[in-house]
Write a protein that binds this ligand. Structure first.
Ligand code: PEP
Length: 249
């Protein structure tokens, strides 16, 4: 049985003081022992948020990291820095980073490996554009992303990671994939993991859906057999996130 994992992606929102206030506002709303709850927060919010969440059920994630150990990489943050600050998860390959910051699969593969080496759990994002969906190449594209991003990663490590399926056309647009569309691709990702690795690894890896998840659609999406929770952008910044986390209550 895979435990559901519901992660907020705060993106470039919340100053440190706003971040601490949001943690306090959501504290009692996001208690659900059936679910792993994670806030992926901007780098500058990590330390105050780790402190604000001490003694709660919520874990902290980063939104990005660099793959090098340390050195002359001005502006970057290493996996070791995140780990030492109390971070447990890190989003890798969000479509906004792939698109605006030109992160390609070769780079993301290095980031995944470094995160795992440092003891962080990657939340590896994948997903198709609307054009790719309309061309009928959604699954081919995502299989290519998964194969490239996980090249050389051992089965035991893949079993522990989180993959987020996020159709780009559904992110921040209010257009959610239908439950059937989301389940079809999440199931396809699991089949891809079984093909590259084995059934035990495919059964263990947690696959989230992300793209305009809200309090109204979370329960239906998360009831699907291959959807193990969600990566939530906009709705993670408000009290609604509590309703998403408590989707089964
Ligand atoms: C995201 O940023 O990963 C995301 C899914 O955003 P939203 O929920 O706002 O669509």
């Amino acid at each position: 049985m895979r435990k559901k994992i519901i992660a907020g992606n705060w993106k470039m929102n919340m100053t440190p003081s706003q971040a601490v206030a949001l943690c306090a506002e959501l504290k009692d709303l996001v208690k659900n022992d059936d679910v792993d709850v994670v806030y992926c927060v901007p780098a500058i919010d990590i330390v105050p948020v780790v402190n604000a969440l001490k003694g709660t059920n919520v874990k902290v994630g980063a939104e990005n990291m660099y793959f090098e150990e340390k050195g002359a990489y001005t502006g970057e943050i290493s996996a070791a820095m995140l780990k030492d600050a109390g971070v447990e998860y890190v989003i890798i390959g969000h479509s906004e980073r792939r698109d605006y910051f030109k992160e390609d699969d070769a780079l993301l593969n290095k980031k995944v490996k470094k995160a795992i080496e440092a003891g962080l759990t990657p939340i590896l994002c994948c997903g198709e554009t609307l054009e790719q969906r309309e061309m009928g190449i959604t699954m081919d594209w995502i299989r290519m992303q998964i194969k490239s991003d996980l090249a050389g990663v051992a089965a035991a490590d893949v079993a522990k990671l989180v993959i987020a399926y996020e159709p780009i056309w559904a992110i921040g647009t209010g257009k959610t994939a239908t439950t059937a569309q989301a389940e079809e691709v999440c199931g396809g990702i699991r089949a891809c993991i079984e093909e590259i690795y084995d059934k035990a690894t495919a059964d263990a890896v947690r696959i989230q859906y992300g793209g305009s998840v809200n309090a109204g659609n979370a329960a239906e999406l998360f009831a699907e057999k291959d959807i193990d929770g969600g990566l939530v952008g906009g709705a993670s910044l408000k009290a609604d996130f509590g309703k998403i986390v408590c989707y089964n209550k």
